[in-house]
Design a protein around this ligand. Structure first.
Ligand code: ATP
Ligand code: MG
Length: 677
């Protein structure tokens, strides 16, 4: 990727200084942990030069060990044997619960905001210790031992968090499956992980709708002989929910009979803590395995420094616990820091598009974390839903999941952050366990669309995708890889170390390969350009999907856009864009298409002119809200015919794994659009 067509536009990117109040404490806000760029660089350089001292000290100072480690790290990306804090013993549940409960039992650990507006509960650290212990005792009673896999298929209720922490307490390996998944997807994940126990709920509530979790689970379990026991939490109490004793037991009956204390099991630093399947944006999901101490340290210190978490903070991460963002930034990171974490059961548009902001106001949220897909959706609906709320408690607002288009960044920064919050665009992956490139709120100046600079211990390299050579210096574009191991990086793919090696460590030997394209600009700032597989090459001009999409969204009629490349006889590849419009757009489609083309020509250049622009009602997304360009590529390439729409197997053969597609109806309407166009 030699040429960087947009180097010029990156040079002109505006720079936002960190909010000065975070550096001075003006207005009574806590002074940031890291207050200047110099301080960040000093810490960063030490973390790279001497990771043993840097992380050895962090691990000792920030975590509570039952037995100290005697070596900070061992192994490397070449051999795939990465390990940290060897011979140490630690329990994650102790660190997230007991050490706060024992000193501050009345501090609020969780604010649960239910699907129904105006319904919320506070759970203190003291209560959390009792609840986690009770369910840990239930799991023990049903034979769960250290190393066993437990599947968790739960709505966003506190019991989901208790279940995760109970597994950590016993040393069982949890596999949380997002409650929006179908029976087939759940079955595949249970089988892959060989789970003995499933924890689920009678039903889930989301955006006023009821989800038949237990029915779906029963369907999945028909083909899962390893599951001996199903623990069912009553979320709604609907009497018609199927229940099959003795396999099925009720959560409330079981926990009522258990002692509210369970001693945390000392775990080796490198014992697995959990496995979690990736989003499936690029292919079949992988069962990523995270281990105990390194993961916890990554979750703890990124929460502390990237969110600038302080005592008394209310951390509002809007993800689902079924994703890595929920694991790290709803559960493990905030609780390890002793903060109050918000668990949000609903959706941002229920009962209306003010839900997030009403919640920030009501619970006095200090850190707010969501995804570009939600920001774009709320921006589309207008500012009125935001303006009337008191958002003055916010200090850090954050984004994750996809590159955030500068236009969406500006809206978030101005309308939500009111130009007084740090906006941190956090780049990371299921596999990295915690943030790897992100601004530090009180220290690092930001540029909309850039995740800025690496976190401590992350040594990024920009590689030439063809030769694997490192591209030195600034103003380079290539693929993003990491030079040396860091505490929270995944250690293996469950039961498939070969896939781990093949996916992450073999493509560029000695490096961890992220799969993402990147530009390092003149200031050493990183701009994630999207998946390497998604790069579009028109007559030798290599373009990222992110830059075309960011140009389109500058047009006032555009709500969201996805750009892809399709084969072209003349130019090698041609650009095709799928666009959704803002409400109340009255111009005819041809006029709008012409306007979109000139927006792209103006902001990027004539060579990026799309061959086709398809205006559609919605884009295909993963259940975590990411655009699935691989599906669009196949549809735009004409691979799918109308006849295929009625044939599930044919669709699967042509489009690949669709288990993580959020709304399967979209395929039919897109195929029809493309054929009609
Ligand atoms: P799969 O690996 O199954 O294809 P996935 O990569 O979408 O799915 P995740 O681990 O949830 O699964 O997502 C990580 C990816 O999300 C990153 O590799 C990157 O492409 C994208 N991403 C996450 N955060 C950001 C960000 N702040 N800026 C740009 N891209 C991001
Ligand atoms: Mg991935």
């Amino acid at each position: 990727m030699a040429d960087s067509s947009d180097a010029q536009s990156l040079e002109q990117a505006p720079v936002y200084q960190p909010p000065s109040r975070l550096q001075t404490g003006e207005g009574g806000v806590p002074v940031a942990h890291i207050k200047s760029l110099e301080e960040y660089w000093t810490m960063y350089e030490q973390s790279i030069r001497d990771p043993d001292t840097f992380f050895g000290k962090m691990a000792q100072d920030e975590l509570s060990w039952s037995k100290p480690f005697n070596q900070v790290r061992y192994g490397d990306f070449k051999r795939g044997n990465v390990s940290w804090f060897l011979d140490g013993q630690i329990n994650v549940s102790y660190n997230c619960v007991d050490r706060h409960a024992l000193t501050n039992p009345d501090r609020v650990a969780i604010i649960w905001e239910a699907d129904e507006p105006n319904q919320h509960t506070h759970i203190t650290y003291g209560q959390l210790l009792e609840e986690v212990s009770r369910i840990a005792n239930v799991l023990k009673k049903y034979g769960v031992r250290k190393g066993d896999s437990v599947a968790i298929y739960m709505p966003m209720v506190p019991e989901a968090v208790y279940s995760m922490l109970a597994c950590a307490r016993l040393g069982a390996v949890h596999s949380v499956v997002f409650a929006g998944f179908s029976a087939d997807a759940l079955r595949d994940r249970i089988l892959d992980a060989g789970c003995k126990i499933l924890i689920t709920a009678d039903q889930g509530k989301r955006g006023g709708k009821t989800i038949q979790l237990k029915k779906i689970a029963d369907e999945a379990l028909g083909a899962c002989p390893s599951v001996q026991r199903v623990i069912v939490f009553q979320r709604t109490g609907d009497p018609n929910v199927p229940f099959y004793p003795p396999r099925d037991v009720w959560w409330h009956n079981e926990t009522a009979n258990q002692r509210p204390y369970y001693p945390p099991e000392p775990m080796d630093s490198e014992d697995p803590l959990f496995m979690l399947y990736t989003s499936g944006s690029t292919g079949k999901p992988k069962g990523v395995v995270h281990t105990t101490a390194g993961y916890l340290l990554g979750a703890h210190i990124t929460c502390k420094y990237v969110f600038d978490l302080h005592e008394g903070d209310v951390h509002g991460c809007m993800a689902d616990v079924g994703w890595i963002t929920g694991h790290t930034y709803i559960v493990y990171g905030p609780l390890s820091n002793g903060a109050t974490t918000v668990l949000f059961e609903s959706v941002p548009t229920y009962p209306n598009a003010s839900r997030y902001w009403e919640m920030v106001d009501k619970h006095k949220i200090t850190q707010f974390y969501t995804a570009p897909t939600a920001i774009r959706a709320l921006r589309r609906l207008g500012d009125d839903f935001v303006s009337s709320y008191d958002l003055s408690t916010l200090r850090v607002i954050a984004s994750v999941g996809e590159p955030i288009n500068p236009e969406a960044w500006n809206w978030y920064y101005t309308v939500v952050g009111r130009e007084r919050c740090a906006l941190v665009d956090t780049y990371w992956q299921t596999e990295t366990g915690s943030h790897i490139i992100s601004p530090i709120p009180g220290a690092v100046p930001t540029k909309p669309g850039s995740a800025t600079l690496p976190f401590f211990g992350i040594d990024p390299a920009v590689l030439d995708s063809q030769t694997g050579q490192e591209l030195q210096g600034n103003n380079v574009t290539g693929v993003l890889a990491i030079r040396s191991s860091f505490p929270s990086v995944t250690r293996t793919v469950y039961d498939s170390h070969i896939r781990y090696m093949d996916t992450y460590l073999k493509p560029y030997p000695g490096y961890y390969f992220t799969g993402d394209g990147v530009t390092r600009d003149q200031d050493g700032y990183y701009w994630i350009r999207g998946r390497v597989d998604d790069v579009i090459n028109v007559s030798g001009h290599r373009m990222s999907t992110a830059e075309i999409e960011s140009a389109l969204i500058l047009h006032p009629a555009c709500a969201e856009a996805a750009a892809i490349g399709v084969p072209d006889d003349v130019t090698g590849q041609a650009v095709v864009c799928f666009v959704t419009l803002k409400p109340d757009i009255t111009q005819d489609e041809n006029t709008i298409r012409t306007a979109f083309v000139s927006t792209i020509r103006h902001h990027i250049g004539p060579f990026a002119s799309p061959k086709r622009i398809i205006i559609c009602g919605d884009l295909p997304k993963t259940r975590s809200g990411k655009i699935m360009r691989r599906v669009l590529r196949k549809i735009a390439g004409g691979d799918v015919t109308l006849a295929d729409l009625d044939d599930e197997q044919a669709l699967k053969n042509k489009l690949g794994d669709l288990s993580t597609l959020a709304d399967s109806n979209i395929i039919g309407s897109l195929v029809k659009k493309v054929i009609a166009h």
